[in-house]
Design a protein around this ligand. Structure first.
Ligand SMILES: N[C@@H](CCC(=O)N[C@@H](CS)C(=O)NCC(=O)O)C(=O)O
Length: 216
């Protein structure tokens, strides 16, 4: 029986939940999943049963609770899957930097283009501040692909936590049909087509909840 339980929100909307879920699945880590639909009258009470922050995702490992997407990714990498970070010291430092930048930044894009995996909302949400976020993200992707990506199609070649952190951005770029240069577009396609990303999207397609104007 698995010792790990990951508590997540709706797959269609919960961008923070997608990150550790994808990292753990891509690493082949066995875990149970509890899904709590967001924006319902009982959501907060249900999440609080598991999470001291009142937010998902949260990971339970026996008696230990780990909350916050990046902390969960760090924990599972440390305990179960060190190859979720690049091995090389310099690549790892850059992977951690861009993961932290994603975790704490890009508020304009996140506010104006909320994740909605199954929707197609061509160009909705674009403004100058959002475009500035998109430009910074694509410049990160270019830099990583050029300097560290030669071993595969992802930011550091093989899948790492950095790809998990940017996966909800990939989903947003698909939903809002954001026009990208060929390098960024190829990266979007590489992440979108990951088997576990497709598993998440498929599950999002089958969810029944609809939450208009959810900004996460
Ligand atoms: N910094 C947190 C953010 C977590 C977060 O904002 N989660 C949203 C769902 S994606 C949430 O739980 N919202 C609670 C609610 O809407 O009631 C992380 O990285 O895990």
């Amino acid at each position: 029986m698995t010792q790990l339980t990951l508590i997540i929100g709706n797959k269609n909307y919960s961008s923070w939940s997608m990150r550790p879920w994808l990292a753990m699945k891509q690493a082949g880590i066995d875990f149970a999943e509890v899904r709590i639909p967001l924006d319902m009258p009982t959501t907060y009470e249900e999440i609080r049963r598991y999470s001291p922050s009142g937010k998902v995702p949260v990971l339970q490992d026996g008696n230990l609770t780990v909350w916050d997407s990046l902390a969960i990714c760090e924990y599972v990498a440390e305990c179960f899957a060190p190859n979720l970070w690049p091995e090389d010291r310099i690549a790892k430092a850059v992977a951690r930097s861009i993961s932290a930048e994603m975790h704490s930044g890009f508020a304009n894009l996140r506010q104006n283009m909320p994740m909605n995996c199954r929707a197609r909302l061509c160009f909705l949400g674009i403004n100058l501040a959002v475009q500035a976020d998109i430009d910074r993200i694509t410049s990160i992707w270019h830099n990583c692909r050029e300097k560290f990506g030669s071993g595969g199609d992802l930011l550091f070649g093989n899948f790492t936590i950095a790809d998990a952190m940017f996966a909800p951005i990939v989903s947003r770029f698909v939903t809002y049909e954001v026009k990208l240069d060929s390098v960024a577009q190829a990266y979007v396609e590489a992440v979108w087509n990951l088997p576990m990303m497709q598993e998440w999207i498929m599950a999002a397609n089958f969810e029944s909840e609809s939450i208009p104007n959810l900004k996460l």
